[in-house]
Design a protein around this ligand. Sequence first.
Ligand SMILES: *[C@@H]1O[C@H](CO)[C@@H](O)[C@H](O)[C@H]1NC(C)=O
Ligand SMILES: *[C@@H]1O[C@H](CO)[C@@H](O)[C@H](O)[C@H]1NC(C)=O
Ligand SMILES: *[C@@H]1O[C@H](CO)[C@@H](O)[C@H](O)[C@H]1NC(C)=O
Ligand SMILES: *[C@@H]1O[C@H](CO)[C@@H](O)[C@H](O)[C@H]1NC(C)=O
Ligand SMILES: *[C@@H]1O[C@H](CO)[C@@H](O)[C@H](O)[C@H]1NC(C)=O
Ligand SMILES: *[C@@H]1O[C@H](CO)[C@@H](O)[C@H](O)[C@H]1NC(C)=O
Ligand SMILES: *[C@@H]1O[C@H](CO)[C@@H](O)[C@H](O)[C@H]1NC(C)=O
Length: 502
Amino acid sequence: MPYFSTLCVYFLMVLNSVMTNTITEEIDVLVFVPQNNSYLFSYTRVAPAIRYAQQRLKTDGGQYSGFHFNIQFENSDCANDALFLLVDRSCAHDKPDLILGPVCEYEAAAVVRLASHWNIPVISAGALAAGFSNKNTEYSHLTRIAPSYVKMAETFTAMFEHFTWKSALLVYEDDKEERNCYFTLEGVYHLMADFNIKTYAFSQGGRLDTDDILHNIYDIEVVIMCMGANNIREIMLAAHRRRLTDGNYIFFNVELFNASSYGNGSWKRGDEYDNDARQAYASLNTVTLLKTVKPEFENFSMEMKMSFKKAGFLDCEDCGTVNMFVEGFHDAILLYAIALHEAMKNGHSKKNGTEITSRMWNRTFEGIAGQVSMDDNGDRNGDFSLMAMTNVEAGTYEVVANYFGVNGTFQLLPAFNTDHFTLKGRYKAHAEKPAKSCGLGVSALTGVIVGAVLGSAMLIAFYFFRKNYRITIERRTQSEEHDTGKHRQLREDSIRSNLSAA
Ligand SMILES: *[C@@H]1O[C@H](CO)[C@@H](O)[C@H](O)[C@H]1NC(C)=O
Ligand SMILES: *[C@@H]1O[C@H](CO)[C@@H](O)[C@H](O)[C@H]1NC(C)=O
Ligand SMILES: *[C@@H]1O[C@H](CO)[C@@H](O)[C@H](O)[C@H]1NC(C)=O
Ligand SMILES: *[C@@H]1O[C@H](CO)[C@@H](O)[C@H](O)[C@H]1NC(C)=O
Ligand SMILES: *[C@@H]1O[C@H](CO)[C@@H](O)[C@H](O)[C@H]1NC(C)=O
Ligand SMILES: *[C@@H]1O[C@H](CO)[C@@H](O)[C@H](O)[C@H]1NC(C)=O
Ligand SMILES: *[C@@H]1O[C@H](CO)[C@@H](O)[C@H](O)[C@H]1NC(C)=O
């Protein structure tokens, strides 16, 4: 009789599985996130999101409720910890079925290479650098669940095309460690090959030479910056003093993750420059992630807040907002479940990483904050917002436009003001160009000469750059497009070469 009832229960379970399409499977997940709470993707922030996703799959009784995730969290230090842990663990136990993280670029590069070699899918809400877009070989098993820097850069190409801007100066602060701003603007550089682009880097903590920076903008229309809020303010104040904020130039800063450092009041410091800063910021626009809200998200957001409190994590301003990383790691579990289910239904096992990875790509699913669309290269399409000061008297900002990566459209909102984005002096500046000289435009020719001079200056500067990191300037003109040398600095310094040089 006991035997019979066991059989009966078993039969019911099988029947239940068949009816609901449930597949039962144990999945070993290894998560690499830092314990250090100074990271926006620290264990304290990310772990509750992963557990929330796991719990939701389990309790909703749907087709994924048979998946049992054994989740192991390991520390990542944004250097080598994750790689060493993965190797050590895999020698002692079985290899994991899925890896989540790491977020930091250099650490992710090493882990993803090994995981791809071992046929293990990796989903990260980081690894945002342009170098990871090449999934042909070493990053073949990487799925990026948060929009990469190149996706962000699409916002700029869309704007440049829309407003027919042609040239930009990219100014960034480089910490030479995680290098977030370097990689952010590398994405812009990577995508904007058809525009005239100059770059200017300065080291973190070094003296900010605003004169030198502004000296570079005379033949430029748009300035795109990535750096700390105080440096942005210093540059904008200096630009204002030189009357560069009168509509002849358009300034942008890119701030993707840290919601508290942009928008309303970002110019305010309570010092004697507040008034000037407010006026200067009238020509400063911010590109940031689009915030989507759906009812389900409220519950998630509340639960995350409660977990932070429970962890005794009270002294942070941003805790109330679920950031891109938290959201991404939640959605990573959903995406993996969808892909694994589909793969297993088609007779593959969880160990076929290639198969599962390919099923995570080129698809759209409902994430915690809205629809998530993965492109056919395994990278998430991103939606971004453009914020501009709409009331100069009050110094308040509003979202004036949105960019949707999934269809590449730029949506102008009611607060949008075309005048604000129209370059005032552009016709004056462009009328000066003489027609031709030996088939090359004069400006192009000077571009090449200046390029060569800068090239040798760069070689010299590079020596210092290595030693104590000085300023580097690189110029790219449209006429040099076929000269691959122009890409050298940012490309060679990209993920791969940086690591192989190290
Ligand atoms: C956490 O990270 C910050 C910034 O990288 C660093 O200054 C701090 O020392 C770290 N804290 C610990 C406990 O490692
Ligand atoms: C966010 O920005 C604020 C203000 O600029 C800054 O104090 C804080 O350290 C930033 N947080 C992170 C995690 O970067
Ligand atoms: C979120 O939803 C769950 C299940 O519906 C519920 O038990 C929980 O109390 C909700 N949390 C909050 C903070 O509302
Ligand atoms: C994994 O799936 C692919 C089909 O996508 C198949 O060609 C390959 O043989 C499978 N590998 C293993 C180890 O089963
Ligand atoms: C992506 O999916 C669409 C349909 O959903 C299909 O037409 C297209 O061929 C797929 N692309 C790739 C590269 O697999
Ligand atoms: C800034 O403040 C204004 C007026 O209070 C408000 O309408 C606007 O939504 C705020 N913008 C942001 C980005 O918070
Ligand atoms: C593009 O996608 C967004 C978001 O999915 C949608 O709101 C918008 O209407 C789409 N635009 C076009 C032209 O399809």
